[in-house]
Design a protein. Structure first.
Length: 160
């Protein structure tokens, strides 16, 4: 099943985010996904407009992949995108992908706190690890939604 993935990244890591997105078009990669993103900057200085454009991309996704580079930890935009991904009716699952020679953001940083609060899994930039983490987190979220659905039913099996 194709996953719709929103790609969140700090501007300095734009080329890595584009490389991640290209993997979705590679026929040799068994992982099937459709990238949703703003890999090319929005031509505006209006913060409200930019946020609206980002929300449009997040709305059509079920997974948020956070590309984590050396300057990501204190990115207000990446932290905001993580929070927005969690605000949806069916919140996105969050997976952090570490770029080469990058450590996970400290828990007391903006992005580290957002990732920690989201229960994000953080993996290295290795295709099989990324695929497995996305599938694990997506399936866990689906099970949780199913459990919540059934726990809201009364004894007769009705949702009243």
């Amino acid at each position: 099943m194709a996953r719709r993935i929103f790609i969140s990244y700090q501007h300095a890591d734009q080329m890595s985010a584009k490389a991640f997105n290209l993997q979705g078009k590679n026929p040799k990669i068994k992982f099937d996904f459709i990238g949703r993103h703003l890999l090319d900057p929005v031509n505006s200085e209006n913060e409200g407009y930019i946020k609206r454009k980002i929300r449009e991309q997040i709305t059509g996704s079920s997974v948020t992949v956070v590309v984590i580079g050396k300057d990501t930890a204190n990115s207000e935009w990446v932290a905001w995108e993580i929070r927005e991904s969690l605000k949806k009716n069916n919140p996105n699952v969050i997976v952090g992908v570490l770029l080469k020679d990058t450590a996970p953001p400290p828990r007391d940083s903006l992005v580290g706190r957002a990732l920690y609060e989201a229960g994000a899994e953080i993996v290295e930039w290795k295709q099989d690890e990324i695929e497995a983490a996305i599938e694990r987190t997506a399936k866990a979220a689906e099970r949780t939604r199913q459990m919540e659905k059934y726990s809201n039913m009364n004894e007769s099996g009705c949702n009243r």
